[in-house]
Design a protein. Structure first.
Length: 236
């Protein structure tokens, strides 16, 4: 099965390069994270103008806890601040907010802000913003299986549809396109179930510098691809 790609309904973004951006400017890594937060609004607005209304942003992985304590603390404060400052506008624009990942290591304050944002925007249907915090694709699959087990499901009858219904992203379309900034050629345990057939686009642009023109370049590249959904590529 193959079809010409057009416009992705759902884009996942691995937002990489904050540290390098700061280092190039002689700044602390935390300043790169602050600049990265500012880039999110630019990209969301550009995606909306382009007609893409589902975004999943990889903000903090399960492995990121090994970073210096001051850096982790700054990131968590930035997440809190961003939720406080941006929820009103996102809600007015009809965007549903969902934070995906394991929450047990997040602070009580951040969990409360997340729950309030999700509850307030739950009925919004114009778009969806998923922010992956303390997220890992393998952990997500484990959590889905555990959820099924707690519900008393017979795991001998487990199929792909059942498992997908218990993922963090249940109810959303799978991503058609995964964008990775800063040039790394790996998916880093991001949406490994959902992105099984997603197109991958890698740019050398560091995340804090990523903007509307970069998104347009990714969409243009995607538009000329032929998606095969697991089919064997044709031989020349």
């Amino acid at each position: 099965m193959a079809e010409r790609a057009a416009l992705p309904a759902h884009i996942g973004i691995i937002m990489d390069g904050n540290g390098r951006w700061a280092r190039q400017r002689g700044q602390r890594r935390t300043e790169g994270h602050r600049a990265g937060i500012r880039a999110i609004r630019r990209v969301m607005e550009a995606a909306d103008r382009a007609g893409v209304h589902h975004l999943t942003l990889f903000a903090f992985s399960t492995e990121n806890w090994s970073r210096p304590r001051y850096e982790v603390a700054t990131l968590m404060r930035l997440f809190e601040q961003t939720l406080q400052e941006e929820v009103d506008e996102l809600h007015q624009n009809g965007v549903r907010i969902r934070v995906i990942g394991r929450r047990e290591r997040l602070s009580a304050r951040l969990c409360r802000l997340v729950e309030e944002a999700e509850a307030r925007t739950r009925e919004n249907a114009r778009g969806a913003l998923n922010v992956a915090i303390n997220y890992g694709g393998r952990a997500e699959i484990v959590d889905a299986v555990r959820s099924l087990a707690r519900a008393g499901q017979d795991l001998r009858q487990l199929d792909e549809e059942m498992l997908a219904a218990h993922l963090y992203t249940a109810g959303l379309p799978d991503p058609d396109l995964i964008i990775r900034t800063a040039g790394e050629l790996r998916t880093s345990n991001f949406l490994i179930w959902q992105a099984a057939y997603a197109e991958l686009y890698v740019t050398q642009t560091l995340w804090p510098d990523f903007g509307a023109a970069d998104l347009e370049a990714a969409l243009a590249d995607y538009a000329v691809r032929v998606r095969r959904f697991g089919g064997v590529p044709e031989l020349d």
